[in-house]
Structures are given as C-alpha cells and as structure tokens.
Ligand binder design. Sequence first.
Ligand SMILES: [Zn+2]
Length: 236
Amino acid sequence: MTLPRPSFLRSIVLLAAAAAAAMLAFAQQAPPTATRFVVVLDAAHGGADPGGRLTSGQPEKAVTLALSVRLRSLLAARGIAVITTRESDITLDPDTRAAVANRANAQVCLNIHATESGSGVHLFVSSLASAPAARFVPWKTAQAVAITRSVALAGALNAALLHAGMNVTLGRTALITVDSMTCPAVAVELAPQRGPDNAITAQPDDPEYQASVASALAAAILEWRSEAGHMEARMP
Ligand SMILES: [Zn+2]
C-alpha cells in the first residue's frame, strides 16, 4: 500500500487554503523531462465501498484488486516500476488515489473496475476537454492536460486487447478519480466474456479470463513504453 506522506497532504491543504476563494486545489504537472517509466494501478472501490456485485456473489472491489495484483506481477516481472493505490481491502477516497498517481509522475494510470453488464473490456477516457499544459492545473480537472495522451493510451490498450481476441468498447465519461490525475489515464472495466450468441463464457472473476486480460494489458503497456522511449529519444 502506498499513501502520500503527511507532508504532501499538508502541502495540498496549504494549496487548497491559498485557493480558498476559488474553492480549488491544484495539481502540479510532471516536468516534461521526467524519464522514469512508472505505471500506477488503481483498483477501484475497496473497504467500505464494495462497488457492484457480480453474479458469482463477489463484490466488484475483490475483482478489481485481483486484476490489479495480476497486472502488477506481470509488469514487475518485466522490470516496470508499478505503484498500486491499494494491495488490500481498504477504503480510499478519490483524492487520495489521484494524489498517489500525481506524486508518481506516472506514464500510465489505470483505474480498474468490473461489471456484470456489457461484454469484454470497456475502456473509458475522461470526458474533460483537452487543455494546454500548465505548471499548475485545477485539481478536479487536472486530467484535461493529459487527454490527448490518454486517448492514445486507450488506443494502445484497445489494439492489444483486440489482438488477444477480446471484445472492447471505447468511451468517454466523467470519472472523479481519473479527472484529478495528470498522467495518461484510462479506466479499464472488466465485463463478462461472451460468445457469438451473447452467452457468458467467462465471468469477470474467472482466473483464466483475468490472466488473459492482464496479459494483453501488460503487452500494451510494454509497447507504450517503447513508443514513449522513441519519443524521448527524438526530443532535442
Ligand atoms: Zn466500479
């Protein structure tokens, strides 16, 4: 479990106080020279917030944590630095999740959900309009500065999942946690796997199904890292 240090929280509080008239807190953007490749995995829900309930009876919070742990293991095995917002069944508020991501200067942030409706994997990018980069951005709409890269990240995840034979649905929506993140961020919602007749062939808590989704997501992140490396290499 990674939590922001009290000094960090105190600085956020001070910033919030400074902006009290506008009722805004601010998120500091990563400097463009940051090169360490870090992935943040945010298993949604947890603790007092179970999320939805799956047909199997499992709460969504257990499925999101299981997928986060699988993906973390796959990425760590490939030498990628991973920071998770939770490793156990704890309650976390959206601001704490976003603070973990923003402090990490991550190149990939995945906010993980699970559902009984739909099929395959649903990928959501924030519905905020794209905004130009700035040194300080309003906390609640910080994601606006990363929208272009978030859409590109969703495209990379989409391609890898399709390559692995998954159904994928892409969308834009307001997401309280993602909207406060300054990293390229995508909400990944695991839905049941369905056959051509729409019958469910694997539930979101099916270990084999989760493993294949995690594997495709890891492949996409590796590809994303190599493309990011090329971009950095081309910079003067
Ligand atoms: Zn959820």
